[in-house]
Design a protein around this ligand. Sequence first.
Ligand SMILES: [Zn+2]
Length: 616
Amino acid sequence: MGYNIQNWDLIQSTKVSGTSKMKCPICTPTRKNKSDRSLFVNFTNGTAKCFNNGCDALFFKDSIQNSIVKESYTLPSQEWRNYTKLSDNLVKYIENERKIKQYTLNHFDITEESYYQPALNKEVNNIVFNYFESDTLVNKKYRSGNKKFTQSKNGKPIFYNINAIIGEEECYIVEGEFDVLALYEIGIKNAISIPNGANDNDNYWSNSEKYLKDIKKFYIATDNDESGNNVADKIAQRLGRYRCERITFEGKDANDDLKAGVLEKTIHNTSKYPVSGTFKVSDVIDNIFDLYDNGMPETIYPKHHSFGNLKDIFSVMRGHLITGTGIPSHGKSNFTEWYVLNLVRDYKMKVSFFSPEHHPFELHHTTFIEKVYGKNFFRDNDNCQRISKEEILRYKEWAEEKVYLTGTENGEFPTWDWLFEKFKEQMFNYGIDIFVIDAFNKLGFNGKGNRLEQINEVLTKLTMFAQMNNVIIFLVAHPTKMQKDLNGLYASPTLYDVSGSSDFRNQTHDGFCIYRYFGDGAEEKGYTTFENLKTKMKFQGEIGGVVEFDYHIPSGRYYEKFTEVPTYCLIDEPKEFEEEKEQKEIKPITPATPTEAFGITDPFGEKYEEENEIPF
Ligand SMILES: [Zn+2]
């Protein structure tokens, strides 16, 4: 096979964590330079690679087969060697159509196998991309001559060619196996492919985490089209923009540019993700033109009309820390959750909540479910039926890769350092866009110094984290005890009143206060106000601006005062977007086949649609 997998026990060391450069037990005996430490060992994740050219030994501490059984994936038959003899038709076809040579097919252990293609409802000949992790075949992707796809049943989702990045500092990420092969043709070996075309799922990220964690630089080389750009953004979101650059091809992808003879040039066509670090004008010139053509960047706000003119007085942006305050029991958590769930819906975002006050998790989810449907979880109310079990299942489908809850295990007391570690993990594993911390006082400090200094340090870290990772952080913070005015009402808190430090006012990008007027319980109905306490950019809203809301007790939803209780379901495609969608759907659409569901855009082109033209 393309990789020289060796036994971990040959590495003589008692270390269990950290990294080392050592002499390679495989090639050292036959080398002139017996003292060269060509073996890079990562004891923490249990991998090692020899960087002596021609040796390329790879070592894995853990048995992949055991882990597959433990994670209840199904191991495909390991008999792949039976199929490595490729037909002349296939080899010629790949060489002519894709400019990929036989030695590359051999290096990647491409096989040719007859296999059942669900889309064709029969067994046909396929080119097979074998997904190896260590020397274990963990998944197989079958591609028929007329570009139908299927994969082995319940295989382990992981990046294609993951072995190639062991010990590497840089890594190329592409959108298809043929692009990995294309890069190999120009001498780039450290390339991996997402397994499902332009789909971004959590599982293959979690399964590849240990191999990607220590990489210093990623070149994101997904397709040069809309879905390729979208998935590139999601990848950068997970990996951290500061260590990513985007490659733009002339054609659609790496294989296109290989065919056009320009790949060696276009592979250097990189641009940074502007978040931090040092930038030349050319790194941000596209953004400058974007400002010129489209004006100030679009801010983020809930789009449903039941929020009234809230978007005119307050909106948020990526990279911002937002502090929400309010007197206890005035609804600041409730409002924040309603606001955030709408952002999840309107912008297809993913959110992670750290809300120890709302334990246990299942109870917290019931409040989300109520907000999602606009109904009560426990009983019928106001002509609206209690949430059904079917709706709970539908919520599960919807929220599964969108809403995440974080808590400590074993009742440990959470600290800020612990939370930042969790956040980093979640960025990678789930590609989170919004973090909600409810509330500030539920975390212990790790730093030195007095309380004010520690608060200041945490706020600095939070703003840095938001900026570096291009995420939105909502921080719920309690005010100090407020004074009552002449009418016996508590004063509305400002950011200066947030307990502990005036740094809340200075450090947070944006801030708001939720204040509840309880009414007299008879004629006068209570209501809630949202006040903009701070917005960093002028175009985000109007500091001091206020919107009044009514509150729907059964569902926990807020809506503009004196308007109807909103009944929209957060799971349904937003109506506001429907017109746009209808216009796009003018083209005739064919029902999705399992192949399409697999999510790959085809590399073989349109011309082999007809079965009698199948090339191999
Ligand atoms: Zn070696």
